[in-house]
Design a protein around this ligand. Structure first.
Ligand code: PEP
Ligand code: MG
Length: 594
């Protein structure tokens, strides 16, 4: 019988497909029969993974420094002993050779055996060491799966795609959780939709899912355990539900709805060549947010006036070393060339929180509170070589077209001054090399830390422009981890505290003639377009898939009316009453537009 699970929608539309369920249990590995001759190769894979884990421990030992707890060293020593325990590794080798099976399977079988022995030990302390063995086994398995240190996930093969009962349906990814780095890999694979147990609407995983323009629902809690591999499922991202065990009548109802949505989308494309202007003649500029250089084509296709945010940190993911200056230069130059003279805003490395950059995290201890740690511009100032390499790459690309440089997570003028000093150093290096760049490149800051928003007047003298990162601004203002599904219901763009900060920043920038935009997810939400227009915003940057929806709102708005309504809304101090006021206003809009 069909069932549905509710979650949080992060993309639009409906997807009908068959489930590609990512295995949750890290010890859930399939058995593979190998040829006798392959045995030694398989043993070598096992040994190579053990060596990789050994090296990982060695790096950790060096990183923790002398003054750090002896306990941590003791823990690492204990793990190293377990790693080399003949009961685990040598016995796994023997099993591979005797049973002609893959190394992963042999290792897990051996672990089960060892774990059973631990369970029978009387001493509670020793019994608990079972967890150490499991951790080691998981590390070895991970090293075997990703010999190059990347985070790889299992994708459907071409053979799997053409087989099975529902081979006519596209794949829909169902997972407990997907890290942003893994989502990047999924971008290159054609899934029709996504559903995850965890997540919240503005986590980077959700942003990437949305940037694929696909229906997605997150925060489904238990869905992943309920869906079978290959089973037909429907993702309804309009209602925020996922349906499983669907039958033919349900499927045909959703097929009709899908067709209706396709018609509505194609109607919207008529707006592509219209200038974004309100009914009373206020011009608005609509920009695109890009995650990868290859997204540039989509920005052009949507009729964007440029790139308001290029998230450069995604170039640093799924690899052990940072991208070289030349590699980055090429990536940035390709975007600039693709945009044919339209401005491109490149944000410098915004690492940390839910965006793990292995070349940075490998030599740093995991922070106790990643969102508040040494990330983004703080990290770049602490690692000037890493930063200057990127600055040179951006500057070199600026010789090919208009680029603006955007600094993330700025909290005050001193960080901008320090960043500008390093930009000057990078410029001097390029000059010495005889390489061209735009010496007048505009340099701006993301306003996403409440301190920066509250004291925006102090920042303006060191900024050429400002860009409101409402995703983080909401996170830090409301103390809600944007990637944590358990608090996702508290993440509220319409909290009066958030709106007042956003309004104040826009108003102050406008008063001082400093260009200001919003590049957080609020800019791409058509339900907020009129409110932001009423705050005085004239530059919006969003995922290209949202551009025409937002343009439609601009075209049917009257700026003077927006100002009036926005000031009414700003006076409301109660979040739910404020939300009700906005919904009522938006209902009028829906009514007028028919
Ligand atoms: C933001 O914080 O609003 C933003 C645009 O940046 P990111 O989502 O990449 O943190
Ligand atoms: Mg941010």
């Amino acid at each position: 019988m069909a069932f549905s699970v509710s979650g949080i929608p992060v993309g639009r539309g409906i997807a009908i497909g068959r489930a590609w369920v990512l295995a949750p249990a890290s010890l859930d590995v399939p058995r593979r029969q190998i040829e006798q001759a392959e045995g030694h190769q398989e043993v070598e894979r096992l040994y190579a993974a053990v060596r990789a884990v050994d090296e990982e421990f060695e790096r950790m030992r060096q990183d923790i420094g002398k003054e750090v707890a002896a306990e941590l060293r003791a823990f690492l020593d204990l793990q190293a002993i377990v790693l080399h325990d003949p009961m685990l590794i040598e016995a796994t080798r023997d099993r591979i050779l005797a049973e002609h099976c893959n190394a992963e399977w042999a290792l897990v079988q051996q672990y089960e055996l060892v774990a059973e022995q631990f369970d029978n030990i009387d001493d509670a302390y020793l019994r608990e060491r079972r967890a150490d063995v499991r951790q080691i086994v998981e590390r070895i398995l991970k090293a075997m799966r990703h010999p190059d240190g990347s985070h790889r996930i299992a994708l459907p093969s071409t053979a799997a795609s053409s087989q099975g009962e529902h081979a006519d349906l596209p794949w829909i990814l169902v997972a407990h959780d997907i890290a942003p780095a893994d989502m990047l890999l999924l971008k290159q694979h054609s899934f029709a939709g996504f559903a995850t147990d965890t997540g919240s609407p503005t986590s980077h995983t959700a942003i990437l899912a949305r940037s694929l323009g696909l229906p997605a629902v997150v925060g489904l809690q238990t869905l992943h355990g309920l869906i079978q591999q290959g089973e037909p499922v429907i993702i309804d991202a309009e209602a925020g539900v996922v349906l499983g065990s669907i039958d033919a009548p349900i499927r045909s109802i959703y097929e009709v709805r899908q067709a209706e949505q396709a018609v509505a989308r194609s109607r919207l494309t008529r707006l592509k060549h219209l200038a974004a202007q309100t009914l009373d003649g206020e011009g608005v500029r609509l920009f695109a947010n890009l995650d990868l250089p290859t997204d540039a084509a989509q920005a052009i296709e949507a009729g964007c006036q440029g790139v308001g945010l290029f998230r450069s940190e995604f170039l640093y993911m799924n690899r052990n070393d940072p991208p070289s200056e030349d590699e980055q230069y090429e990536a940035y130059r390709n975007v600039v060339i693709a945009l044919k003279g339209r401005p491109v805003t490149i944000r410098t490395l915004d690492s940390g929180a839910d965006k793990e950059v292995p070349s940075v995290s490998a030599h740093r201890e995991a922070p106790s509170n990643p969102a508040l740690a040494l990330r983004a511009i703080r990290l770049c100032l602490a690692e000037p070589e890493l930063f200057i390499t990127q600055l040179r790459a951006i500057l070199r690309a600026s010789a090919h077209g208009p680029i603006k440089m955007l600094i993330p997570l700025v909290s005050g003028p001193q960080e901008m001054v320090a960043a500008r000093k390093l930009i000057t150093v990078a410029m001097a290096q390029l000059k010495a090399r005889g390489q061209a760049f735009d010496a007048q490149i505009p340099i701006g800051a993301m306003i996403e830390v409440p301190a920066a928003a509250l004291a925006i007047d102090g920042l303006l003298p060191v900024l050429d422009f400002a860009s409101l990162g409402t995703n983080d601004l909401i996170q830090y203002t409301l103390a809600i981890d944007r990637a944590d599904g358990d608090v996702a219901h508290l993440y509220n763009p319409l909290h009066p505290a958030v709106l007042r900060l956003v309004h104040e920043v826009i108003k102050t920038c406008n008063r001082h003639g400093k260009p200001v935009s919003v590049c957080g997810e609020m800019a791409g939400d058509p339900d907020l377009t009129r409110l932001l227009l009423g705050f005085g915003l004239r530059e919006f940057s969003m995922h290209p898939a949202q551009v025409l929806l937002v343009k439609q709102e601009v075209l049917r708005s009257r700026a003077t009316e927006c100002v009036k309504q926005a000031s009414r809304i700003l006076k409301q101090g109660d979040p739910s009453k404020l939300s009700a006021l906005l919904s009522k206003w938006n209902q009028d809009r829906d009514h007028i537009s028919g």
